[in-house]
Design a protein around this ligand. Structure first.
Ligand code: NAD
Length: 274
């Protein structure tokens, strides 16, 4: 199965479907990521916060898959922002992963009250120039945080990774990103199991029509919107079906019905106050 790629504003190509490892226990990460690589995933989304970078790294090393064929994203945690702490935090992430470079490094949250994301971005520009992060981006940034970044830097983030699912379709943030050439990644793409997204009739009826599961419908909805998506599961069975989403296509009417579920529900924190 060849997963489509999205070409970023720096020319790099990211697999549009990947595997997320938030809340994957550190001692389970190696096994779960090994299973994902075996299934065919070639894009893993981790973070310093998840405390499983070393398990991810071991799975990559043991897989025998050429390094250049796997996309690895990690993220800088909030209390490591700033020009004094960020360089060492990046080194620690690389060490834990056992890698010479990551494909994507993200500022995990803007933390506007901290006032450090601009100088952190300057560190990210240096890391990218060194070749040890092939692409750099942000996460949980609202358009006004990005505008603040633009006032101080000419490097436009390649990615903004935001909470995005049928209850929170983030139209304004997506439109802003499109205008500025920023690709959007959807975190919590299945709603994190926090509300009964997968039981909603707009989703179950599409699943029945195509003979697939509700989760496959929702993943397909992300892909058809051009979003980058990496659902998480500890189950190899679910990982397999979540990856099997290229044999059907949602109709325009099904896409529109799912778009209509948007009610602005956030499962996660508000980026302005968190
Ligand atoms: P998700 O929406 O991927 O949901 C995961 C939940 O869905 C799990 O409880 C899992 O058991 C369930 N699930 C998975 N496959 C299923 C299936 N086929 N059928 C039924 N249920 C299924 O939530 P997430 O893990 O929070 O988000 C995905 C990834 O996004 C994370 O693993 C992480 O990499 C990233 N993330 C980033 C941030 C951020 O602030 N940047 C925040 C949260 C998550």
């Amino acid at each position: 199965m060849t997963v489509p790629t999205i070409t970023l504003n720096d020319g790099n190509q990211i697999p549009q479907l990947g595997f997320g490892v938030y809340l994957v226990e550190p001692d389970q990460a190696e096994r779960i990521v090994s299973d994902a690589l075996e299934i065919g995933y070639r894009h893993i989304d981790t973070a310093k916060l998840y405390e499983n970078e070393d398990g991810v790294g071991r799975a990559v090393a043991k897989s025998g898959i050429p390094r250049e064929d796997i996309w690895i994203t990690t993220k800088l945690w909030n209390d490591d922002q700033g020009k004094d702490k960020a360089p060492a935090a990046f080194e620690r992430s690389l060490d834990k992963l056992g890698l010479d470079y990551v494909d994507l490094y993200l500022i995990h949250w803007p933390k506007p009250g901290q006032g450090t994301f601009v100088e952190t971005w300057q560190v990210f520009e240096e890391i990218k120039a060194s070749g040890r992060a092939k692409s750099i981006g942000v996460s949980n940034f609202q358009p006004h945080h990005l505008e603040e970044l633009f006032r101080h830097s000419e490097t436009v983030p390649s990615i903004n990774q935001i909470e995005l699912h049928p209850r929170l379709i983030q139209q304004e943030n997506r439109d802003f990103a499109r205008r500025h050439g920023i690709a959007i990644e959807s975190w919590g793409p299945l709603g994190q199991g926090k509300y009964p997204l997968l039981d909603l009739p707009e989703i179950t009826s599409a699943a029945e029509a195509h003979g697939v599961t509700p989760a496959q419908v929702v993943i397909r909805w992300h892909l058809q919107h051009g979003l980058i998506v990496f659902p998480k599961t500890n189950s190899a069975e679910r990982a397999k079906t979540n990856f099997d989403v290229f044999g059907f296509e949602l109709t325009d009417a099904e896409m529109a019905a799912i778009d209509g579920l948007d009610d602005g529900t956030r499962g996660g924190p508000d980026p302005d106050t968190f």
